[in-house]
Design a protein around this ligand. Structure first.
Ligand code: NAP
Ligand code: MG
Length: 451
């Protein structure tokens, strides 16, 4: 059995059967059997079923939010927001079956045109930090494009995915949505190697992403990867410093820092560092860390003891802690929001993804140095630029090597806009119209009209 832990209490939330390779094979077989029927449903009818699924998700939003808050240890207000995005994602892609458009192409002797075909069975492998949200980013476009799916949620947080599977079974044909809750080492690796799986969509660590890409190469599977990050929040002296300082904590301490988009490197123009730090400190100290089910809580615990220990290794005794928030006593995998300054540019906290509530502040002299420091990382997921100089904002935004970038805000994830990484932050895009390309193949058809 799999013991699912509640990280705020360190107690067992639920016990569920632990799947293995055999269950993964059975799920692929069900998805394969269901595929011809699912792809044959007329686009408007498939859209109708997906809208019905979205309505069911809407009716279960409170229940899903509570489950996610308890299992992932995230504030209930955040969990409600995330479930809202799950719903928006299903609604956005529900209309897509009728928008899988192709081209007509002028050629001689006939007519050439393209259509988009589904891939078949796709495997979706997801992490524990935004369990149902990230699964929805994959499930909704995959289903809309005519694929059937096998979802492997993280073992730490499988509950909302399993609840979703039951919801889906109320409206979709059997075998279209399959959830297999088991370890990455057995279920995950089996799905990646399985000859009947056409594509793997993965979100998680760069190291596992690398292993998945290597394994998937044997069967030439399509692979999209959403991996880690070490994103920069670049603040120029001419920015609205009060707004930038008020926004910076959420950008790195949101979800207790367990966010691939976390702006964990705060780059501040040297002439403004002192003032910025003075503005930032009260915001960090005021973060309410505690019971995820309390409406006032802004930050919950980390997901596990091992995650807490990994984060703690970035803040050893004698680390340059500028200031820290506070945490509750008693059970729970707590770690206080922490700002490190000044830091050595080669320090682990500066170069490695921490995936916890630890930020570093790094001064820069000018635009060129800001860009150089921002890009000095193997990652390239997200980032922000704060300046009142519009031309500079655009120059820096274009020069930063990241898949998503925001100006004078730290928000960069929207259902309608593409999301994904440059460099070792990943391959491919989720969300927006681009995600549909990642779950379909282009077919070119030539119809001879002469000879
Ligand atoms: P992880 O260890 O990479 O795990 C992610 C998923 O992959 C889990 O479901 C895991 O299963 C599974 N898995 C592990 N080994 C596998 C293998 N050999 N073959 C197939 N699947 C395998 O990541 P995590 O610890 O859950 O999450 C933290 C990391 O994810 C961070 O580094 C973070 O940056 C990254 N992340 C990135 C994004 C993004 O959108 N770019 C979003 C969230 C997280 P089990 O854990 O159940 O065994
Ligand atoms: Mg892991």
């Amino acid at each position: 059995m799999l013991q699912v832990i509640e990280p705020a209490t360190e107690t067992v939330l639920e016990q569920i059967p632990r799947a293995g390779a055999a269950e993964a094979d059975a799920a692929v077989a069900r998805a394969k059997a269901a595929h011809p029927g699912w792809r044959a449903i007329a686009p408007a009818d498939r859209a109708k079923l997906l809208y019905e699924l979205a309505d069911l998700v809407e009716s279960a939003l409170d229940e899903l939010a509570l489950l996610e808050a308890r299992n992932a240890g995230k504030p209930i207000t955040d969990a409600r927001g995330e479930m809202g995005m799950v719903l928006d994602t299903f609604r956005y892609y529900a209309g897509a079956p009728e928008r899988m458009l192709g081209d007509t192409i002028p050629v001689g002797g006939g007519q050439a045109f393209t259509v988009r075909e589904p891939l078949g069975v796709v495997a979706l492998i997801t992490p524990w930090n935004f369990p149902l949200t990230i699964a929805a980013w994959k499930m909704a476009p995959a289903l809309a494009a005519g694929n059937t799916i096998v979802l492997k949620p993280a073992e730490l947080t499988p509950l909302t995915a399993l609840r979703f599977e039951r919801l889906a079974s109320e409206v979709l044909p059997p075998g279209v949505v399959n959830v297999v809750a088991g370890p990455g080492s057995t279920v995950g690796s089996r799905l990646v190697a399985h000859p009947d799986v056409a594509k793997v969509a993965f979100t998680g660590s760069t190291s596992v992403g690398r292993a998945i890409a290597a394994s998937a190469a044997h069967t030439i599977k399509r692979v999209t990867l959403e991996l880690g990050g070490k994103s920069a929040n670049v603040i120029f002296a001419d920015a609205d410093l009060e707004r930038a300082a008020a926004a910076a904590p959420t950008a790195v301490f949101g979800n207790a820092g367990q966010d691939c988009c976390a702006r964990s490197r705060i780059l501040v123009q040297r002439s403004a560092v002192e003032r910025f730090m003075a503005l930032l400190e009260p915001h960090v100290r005021a973060i309410v860390v505690g019971d995820p089910l309390d409406e006032d809580t802004q930050m919950g615990p980390l997901i596990s003891a091992s995650q807490r220990d990994a984060v703690a290794s970035f803040v050893p005794a004698g680390a340059p802690v500028a200031f820290q928030g506070s945490v509750p006593c008693g059970p729970g995998y707590w770690f206080a929001p922490t700002v490190l300054y000044p830091v050595d540019r080669g320090a682990r906290a500066v170069t490695e993804e921490i995936f916890g509530p630890v930020a570093v502040v790094i001064p820069f002299e000018d635009e060129a140095e800001a860009i150089e420091i921002a890009n000095d990382t193997i990652y390239g997921l997200s980032g922000s630029v704060w300046t009142e100089n519009g031309a500079r904002a655009l120059r820096v935004a274009r020069a930063m090597e990241t898949g998503v970038l925001s100006i004078n805000t730290n928000t960069s994830v929207r259902v309608a806009t593409p999301f994904g990484g440059f460099k070792q932050s990943g391959v491919g895009r989720e969300l927006g119209p681009h995600a549909l390309d990642a779950y379909s193949e282009v077919k070119s058809i030539y119809y001879a009209t002469e000879g």
